[in-house]
Design a binder for this molecule. Structure first.
Ligand code: FAM
Length: 466
């Protein structure tokens, strides 16, 4: 992230706390917990936002055109989202760091080579690379908060196995609002300045409880017996993998570390992130807000695409057999388009190049499972689909997104239940949404209320204009 200097009304130069180089910025953070570090950072960031608004508040980003109102608000600058920014060509940066930079810089598990999601969360919240010790403290803290209330277990146990895992996930997360620290503090009359404290507690609880929720859904729906207990000596991804029944497989645990890290955040305009921010802007607590995020993530054009990709690949494989020729795959892709369907895992509303999240997973596959037949099919599809989408002439981005690759990695290790895949995306997305909700309340973000227009109003507005 480039260094940001703004001139305040008082003429003083201020520097965003997040623009500071992580090594310098984290010096004072060595011994502090995440909450203590946040408490240090918040006053300066409040001043920074004030100064930014004073210096730039009345400046325009350019015109809004009517097509943007009808076109899903594409490209409309409308939100502040501090954890990550998406560049159309380069892809995502988490607090200014690319995925390869995060893979290099963030603390890892002993013997591991993928970043720990705990470290990514620290980075998203503070803008700083944490120490190994801070990451270990966070793992322990999440383990200590991981139990879910008995009535939430009962809700999940009563769900019919035919209820989609994402619906079960959303039900359970919404029900956690029963114990929301923020909802209780608000009812007790907490001052606006103090909102971020209980929101932080709720977000920590939310993230901590997700492995137990995901593990319970997985075992209830697909079998696998009693859930093991969370191990407070192990990291979040090890526990998540273990609760799903794959903890013995070191490569799967590493995959979870990479998976949660790269799926965590994708700036603020995507459906799950924006929904969470929007709902929380009404001061709904983080559980209600993230439950809503999950309902958006469950759509096939968004997070459900990871399920759809594998369904599509399996159909292709059963029709064409293994080792299908390029010609046969091309024909299959065209038949999908001619049937009026999308090629799942390809295209993006913002990206215009191959998603670096796809590339990170491809590198993982090349390292760990280069001979897997489904990986080979994914690689073959990668060679073929972009040209076809370009020839079809509709999609603005013919390149693969994150979902084109994730399912095949999970399936390789035996997690073959495709309907469950979006739950793992949801566990990861809680990291990015939570980081933003904490800052939104710390910075006093207002209730969202954009202006809408009717078609009749648009016609009237431009009736006598060229
Ligand atoms: N296959 C076929 N047609 C596609 C396409 C694809 N993969 N991607 C875009 N198009 C079509 C799109 O449906 C639209 O058609 P109409 O004009 O008939 O409505 C046209 O191309 C222009 O769309 P666009 O401007 O390029 O994309 P949008 O910004 O409207 O939509 C996506 C973006 C992601 C919803 C779209 O590319 C898509 O449907 N992709 C397949 C589903 C998918 O992989 N979603 C996951 C996205 C992922 F990153 C995530 O959120 N997890």
């Amino acid at each position: 992230m480039s260094t940001i200097f703004v001139r305040s009304v008082l003429g003083q130069s201020r520097r965003s706390v997040f623009a500071a180089p992580a090594r310098l910025a984290s010096t004072s953070a060595k011994q502090s917990t995440l909450k203590e570090r946040l408490a240090d950072l918040i006053p300066a960031e409040i001043e920074n936002v004030k100064a930014t608004r004073a210096a730039h508040g009345k400046k325009s980003f350019g015109p809004v055109i009517v097509d943007q109102l009808y076109g899903g608000m594409r490209g409309l600058p409308a939100l502040i989202w501090d954890g990550s920014v998406l560049d159309a060509d380069e892809g995502i940066r988490f607090r200014g760091k690319t995925i390869p930079e995060c893979q290099e810089l963030l603390p890892k598990a002993p013997g591991g080579s993928e970043p720990l999601p705990e470290a990514l969360f620290w980075l998203l919240v503070t803008g700083e690379v944490p120490t190994q010790e801070q990451v270990a403290t966070l793992s322990k803290e999440w383990a200590a908060r991981s139990a879910i209330p008995e009535f939430v277990e009962e809700i999940l146990d009563r769900c019919p196995p035919t209820l989609h895992p994402m619906s079960q996930f959303s039900l359970a997360v919404t029900a956690l609002n029963h114990d929301s620290a923020f909802a209780k503090a608000y009812a007790a009359g907490i001052s606006k300045k103090e909102y971020w404290g209980p929101v932080f507690e709720d977000c920590m609880d939310l993230i901590a409880k997700l492995p137990n929720i995901a593990g319970r859904i997985y075992r209830n729906v697909y079998g696998g017996g009693k859930l093991p207990a969370i191990d407070a000596e192990k990291d979040y991804s090890w526990n998540l993998a273990t609760l799903l029944g794959f903890g013995d497989n070191k490569e799967f645990v590493e995959l979870m570390r990479l998976y949660v890290t790269i799926h965590s955040d994708h700036e603020g305009g995507n459906v799950s992130a924006h929904t969470g921010k929007l709902v929380a802007s009404a001061l709904s607590d983080p559980f209600l807000a993230f439950g809503a995020s999950l309902n958006g993530l469950a759509g096939p054009l968004h997070g459900l695409a990871n399920q759809e990709v594998l369904v599509w690949l399996r159909k292709m494989q059963s029709k064409l057999g293994e080792n299908a020729s390029d010609e046969a795959v091309k024909e299959y892709v065209w038949s999908t388009l001619k049937a009026g369907q999308v090629v799942p895992g390809y295209g993006h509303a913002v990206l215009r190049k191959t998603d670096p999240r796809y590339m990170a997973q491809r590198e993982f596959a090349l390292k760990h499972l280069p001979d897997d037949p489904m990986f080979k099919l994914v690689a073959q599809v990668f060679k073929i689909v972009p040209d076809i989408l370009l020839a079809a002439g509709k999609a603005k981005n013919p390149w693969p997104n994150v979902d084109a690759h994730s399912g095949v990695l999970l399936a390789h290790y035996g997690l073959t239940e495709m309907q469950f895949y979006t739950v793992l995306f949801g566990v990861s997305r809680a990291f990015g949404v939570s980081a933003q909700l904490i800052w939104d309340r710390a910075l006093g973000a207002p209730i969202e209320r954009p202006k809408s227009y009717s078609t009749a109003a648009i016609q009237k507005m431009f009736a006598n204009k060229q």
